[in-house]
Design a protein around this ligand. Sequence first.
Ligand SMILES: [Zn+2]
Length: 233
Amino acid sequence: MSESFKLFRLQQIDSELDKSFLRIKEIDRLLADDQQVRSSQLILDHAKKEQFEAEKRLRLAEQNVKEQRLKIERSQAALYGGKVTNPKELQDLQQESESLKKYLSSIEDQQLEAMLEMDEAEANFSEASEAHAATELQVAEQKDQLSVEKSELLLDIERQQNERNAASANIVPTEMGIYETLRKQKNGIAVARVLEKTCGACGSTLSAAVYSAAQVPSTITRCSTCGRILYTG
Ligand SMILES: [Zn+2]
């Protein structure tokens, strides 16, 4: 087994581990994110408040109509009760009755409007309730799936770490040191595969000397451009 192959194998495992850890980080972020549920909760709270306000307006309008009808009844009773006989007083009562009826008609319109607003507010609230429940369910399902994925990833990581221990057992410390340093410097990629005499990581063409050196199994050769360890297999 060539030295560069051992490092290449280690690189493959480390890249898988990097991918697993990155995904776990993303999953943790998604699991902690409750933006969707909070948004639909806000919409629901708002709809509830609107419904409450609409109901208050409707009750007030109903009360106004009721009181106005009582006033009219009292005025009519006085007008037709027979107790008032003075024509001037009767005329005043008649006028009062007319104006009370006119105002009743106006506040009945307000009541009708309040009823329509109440219907709309109720429909909005019911829609917001359903949407919120659906969002909660959907988010819970997504989070369940993510939790399952995370458990599987943790098992993968355990397996990958065992593979890594086995793969690094036969690598000499100096080469391991170079590899680890390159991993830190080169965005996680320390070993580049050579494809058609070209460095697979940076794309530069290898000189004939470097290319033939890279094929010697007992030593490692690094790309003269990016410095990565070259693997020609
Ligand atoms: Zn290179």
